[in-house]
Design a binder for this molecule. Structure first.
Ligand code: M7G
Length: 313
């Protein structure tokens, strides 16, 4: 089924700005909170718009100076150094920005996309049981409806890069919604497992080794077959803890993206290490270990973690 529904073009145009939630000068992106009136009821629904300036398209690089500049101006020079500013000519085949609209957005989305401080959390198995598990169980399944839509081929089926259809050990590989699907150095794909009963890294046991090994073995081959400009040793496969969505999935990114916050220690756990821990250290490793991660102070777990840590022991 086609994933693009044309009526959402109008939805975007009805976005009314409320305030900026966050910005990243490095990735040249902003996150905006706004409202959109529901077409039928007229009710204003909160929405989030992520806007990111796109990188140069490979096809425009050789001709950037010769034919893409529009009225460049010299702003400053000193000795051999010359600074210019310019607009780039409008070209519909090379978009300037990429946008993600979350509509309607929940308070959890707003917190997730708002600028916030982070703290290090050391999650013991007991903290997981007392605080994290009830938090996960409190989520309505509608929060991962988008995942089920992918697994059931209701959405994004035309974007699937590879599938192992086995219900127990299989998965689907497809581009992550963050990726523009053009810039190879920013390659970002997602592996979503078919089984519904693995919520996160914490649930992994020896019975899941077959699933993990298949991902480790098949994904690099499948990515290179689809995108021949990358090689297997340029791929990084990792699992977020805490993830935002509690249906087991693995992130696949280009190593050049290594400094992005989701690819660093305190969030990313390398698939190879996870397999090694379960296989060679302890089959129940993730039931017994302490997991350390950075948690935003607006995250839904933050209060519970603080209460747990401050409770008399
Ligand atoms: P995560 O580790 O649960 O959370 O990853 P994070 O967002 O904190 O990293 C979920 C991943 O799924 C993220 O990389 C998202 O960009 C990606 N993602 C989220 N949604 C809602 C979609 C979607 O609808 N389609 C696709 N293809 N990817 C999505």
């Amino acid at each position: 089924m086609d994933s693009a529904h044309p009526e959402f073009m109008e939805t975007l145009q009805n976005f009314q700005f409320i305030r900026q939630l966050n910005e990243d000068t490095h990735s040249k992106s902003i996150t905006l909170l706004g409202s959109i009136a529901d077409e039928k009821t007229g009710k204003e629904e909160q929405s989030i718009l992520l806007v990111e300036k796109l990188h140069f398209h490979a096809s425009e690089i050789p001709v950037l100076v010769s034919s893409r500049l529009q009225s460049p101006k010299l702003t400053f020079n000193n000795d051999i150094y010359h600074w210019y500013k310019s607009n780039i000519k409008n070209d519909e085949s090379i978009p300037d920005i990429k946008m993600t609209l979350i509509y309607p957005a929940t308070e959890i989305h707003i917190k997730k996309y708002s600028k916030q401080e982070g703290v290090m959390v050391r999650e013991t198995p007991d903290m997981y049981k007392q605080v994290v598990l009830p938090y996960i169980e409190g989520f309505p399944t509608s929060r991962i409806q988008w995942v089920y839509n992918i697994l059931d081929k209701v959405q994004e089926s035309e974007r699937i890069v590879f599938e192992d259809p086995d219900k127990e050990h299989g998965f689907i590989l497809l581009p992550d919604s963050k990726w523009d699907q053009t810039t190879m150095n920013a390659l970002y794909l997602l592996v979503i497992c078919h089984r519904h009963d693995v919520r996160s890294l914490r649930d992994l046991r020896s019975q899941h080794l077959e699933l993990l090994r298949r991902i480790q073995r098949e994904i690099p081959k499948a990515v290179v077959a689809k995108y021949p400009h990358v090689s297997e040793d340029q791929l990084k496969l990792y699992i977020h803890y805490q993830p935002s969505y509690y249906h087991f999935h693995v992130h696949v990114t280009h190593v050049a993206l290594s400094s992005s916050p989701g690819a660093t220690v305190g969030k990313a756990n390398l698939l190879d290490t996870v397999i090694d821990n379960i296989e060679n250290i302890d089959h129940e490793y993730y039931a017994k270990c302490t997991l350390s991660y950075v948690l935003g102070t607006d995250h839904g777990l933050y209060e519970g973690v603080q209460q747990y840590l401050n409770a008399p022991k």
